[in-house]
Design a protein around this ligand. Structure first.
Ligand code: GRF
Length: 203
């Protein structure tokens, strides 16, 4: 009996890539039946690209600096995605907006992880430590992580999965970020698995 070919993911990341690592780990254990076709970053120094190389996964640096013409940049991205027969784009700490053309072609097939309980603390300026700072400043009693579909308006696409963590007395942005990141590493591979399996679709 031959089994169905594995679904293909492209991971876009700008920084450390610990969420990329969580996907790689679950692929290795077999809990996430998928293949990462390539990892793309706008930042040539991203640790995420190094992680990809360690797994012999193509690590691609593509940015608006290397491709200043927006149409050409979008065309290059789409060509890469097509060449690698990508089923799903997983954004994992990707700090750049995707070109609208890519969002349209991959409608319902782009996911992102965000370190708050969306729709709270999403949108412009809400990235990295800023999110946790804002959560603490607002006196929230809980925070968490959200995985959502990506639409034209960032952080506004339908939520796929969320998990809460408490905000503890004495928390500072870094302590809260560590607690949320731990949850992210569990949540993202499971959300990606469910989307790839067709258990959750974008309405
Ligand atoms: C995570 O907190 C994620 O929610 C946000 O960016 C951060 C990326 O961290 N979108 P890493 O690069 O995966 O370690």
């Amino acid at each position: 009996m031959t089994s169905a070919p594995l679904k293909t993911i492209a991971v876009f990341a700008s920084g450390g890539g610990t969420n990329l690592q969580s996907l790689l780990n679950r692929i290795e254990t077999g809990e996430l039946p998928a293949r990462i076709a390539f990892v793309l970053s706008n930042n040539s120094k991203a640790r995420a690209l190094e992680r990809a190389r360690q797994y012999n996964i193509p690590a691609i640096h593509l940015s608006t600096k290397t491709h200043p013409d927006p149409a050409q940049y979008a065309a290059e991205l789409l060509a890469l995605l097509k060449k690698h027969d990508v089923s799903l784009i997983a954004l994992a700490g990707y700090m750049k907006q995707l070109p609208p053309g890519v969002v349209q072609v991959f409608h319902g097939r782009i996911v992102n992880i965000h370190p708050s309980l969306l729709p709270k603390f999403g949108g412009a300026g809400m990235f990295g430590i800023n999110v946790h700072e804002a959560v603490i400043a607002a006196g929230e009693k809980e925070s968490g992580a959200s995985v959502h579909f990506v639409t034209e308006n960032y952080d506004e696409g339908p939520v796929i999965m969320q998990e809460k963590v408490p905000v503890l007395p004495g928390d500072v942005p870094v302590t809260l970020s560590i607690r949320v990141l731990e949850v992210e590493h569990r949540l993202y591979p499971e959300a990606v698995r469910r989307v790839l399996a067709g258990e959750i679709t974008m309405k």
